[in-house]
Unconditional design. Sequence first.
Length: 89
Amino acid sequence: MKGPGVQLHIGRLALHGVPLAEGRRIAGAFQRELGHLLFSQSSQSQPLHSAQFAALRLPPLQRPAGERPEHTGRRLARLVALQWQAGPP
């Protein structure tokens, strides 16, 4: 039996003021963590609703000095997953 499918399309991830190399590392960690979180939610019988958001807007991302890009990406993914769970405004 095949598990539930999750398809997420992110049209744009804007990281203003972040150097390109760091942005790529943040985006990679974000993608991996969000995929893991969404798969975990769907595996735990928590329904995921498609098309909940046309656009998801988060508050400005604060990066503590010295924070690794991978940690920033994982933190950002958790923020998105929390908003996804809460549903549209």
